[in-house]
Write a protein that binds this ligand. Structure first.
Ligand code: HEC
Ligand code: HEC
Length: 271
């Protein structure tokens, strides 16, 4: 009798431990999801701020202007061993380097021979190497906005210089190639190509785009609609979403890359 009671007691203890662990795991997953969602939103806000303030000098895709302003979407910025951080003698982390460069600007360029700044954007004709942006120093942006732009730039670090330098293994189907391009071109930073829901990203989910696309614009096939969405995002604005968030520069991609991305997106459907 006593033995049975002990056994049951033990069982119950083990059971409650398992339960507590499960609830804890679930809570951790939920927290991770919330953090991910907050990060996605911050990156989106950063993208909008970058579009308004930075593209004149650094380019829509962070590719820079040769002879004037450096690329930011480049392995050199993200290489913390040999890249810009050690080159400039910065002793802090890469996020700090980016944040403080944005906040304080660079009154004098560290590479005046290569990147003196863009005098064309300065009415006084003075080479603005890199304007300062923080309100702390008299600039226009709040600290949280500078953090958003920093997160946006750091997001490029997942696949820096993606337009030119992503090596591709041979012998892939167009769909496989498209899937790689979807990440390396930065589509995945905004769009969730998996399940339904927006995955916390304020851009349309593409998990069922192969079915949805055919219904968007009357008389347009799914392929044609997806093609148009990529090369001319403003032609049709998905209800509930905003224009001018999706970059308009994908029209300059090589045709075979666009076709591969379309082939991949055509596999995105729910049964
Ligand atoms: C008037 C042109 C101009 C504008 C506008 C501008 N920048 Fe810059 N930026 C530069 C130049 C020039 C440099 C290079 C300075 C140097 O080499 O020391 C630079 C450097 C940087 C760097 C450091 C890159 C490196 O390789 O060390 C970051 C990060 C940066 N800018 C972010 C931004 C952000 C974010 C914005 C918008 C909020 C912005 N810039 C707006 C001209 C500009
Ligand atoms: C900075 C965020 C951003 C990036 C990067 C981006 N998009 Fe978009 N995309 C959007 C937004 C916002 C919309 C909805 C507004 C609109 O219709 O233009 C959209 C709409 C679309 C649509 C239409 C979806 C529908 O439900 O009808 C497709 C397809 C699409 N994007 C594909 C891509 C592909 C492919 C890439 C990469 C080559 C890409 N997007 C990169 C933000 C982005």
């Amino acid at each position: 009798m006593i033995r049975t009671q002990i056994t049951i007691g033990l069982l119950l203890t083990v059971l409650s431990m398992v339960l507590v662990t499960l609830i804890g795991l679930n809570e951790n997953a939920r927290l991770a999801r919330t953090t991910e969602e907050q990060m996605a939103r911050s990156i989106m806000r950063g993208a909008a701020l970058f579009n308004t303030n930075c593209v004149v000098c650094h380019g829509e895709q962070g590719q820079g202007i040769p002879g004037r302003c450096p690329p930011l979407n480049t392995p050199e910025l993200f290489d913390t061993k040999n890249g810009r951080v050690p080159q400039t003698g910065w002793s802090g982390s890469l996020p700090d380097y980016i944040r403080s460069t944005i906040a304080q600007g660079r009154l004098r360029s560290t590479r005046p021979d290569q990147y003196p700044g863009n005098t064309a954007t300065d009415p006084a004709g003075v080479a603005a190497a890199m304007p300062l942006w923080s309100q702390q120093y008299g600039g226009p942006l709040r600290d949280d906005q500078i953090q958003d732009i920093t997160n946006f730039i750091l997001n490029w670090g997942k696949a820096p210089g993606r337009m030119a330098e992503v090596p591709e293994p041979p012998q892939q189907t167009p769909e496989q190639r498209g899937q790689r391009l979807f990440t390396s071109l930065g589509c995945a930073g905004c769009h969730n190509p998996q399940a339904s829901g927006d995955g916390g990203l304020p851009c349309p989910n593409l998990g069922n785009i192969s079915n949805v696309a055919a219904t968007r614009v009357q008389g347009k096939s799914a392929q044609d609609y997806i093609h148009e969405s990529i090369v001319n995002p403003s032609a049709f604005i998905v209800p509930g979403y905003q224009d001018n968030i999706m970059p308009k520069t994908f029209k300059d991609l090589p045709t075979d890359q666009i076709d591969a991305v379309i082939a991949y997106l055509m596999t995105r459907k729910q049964q």
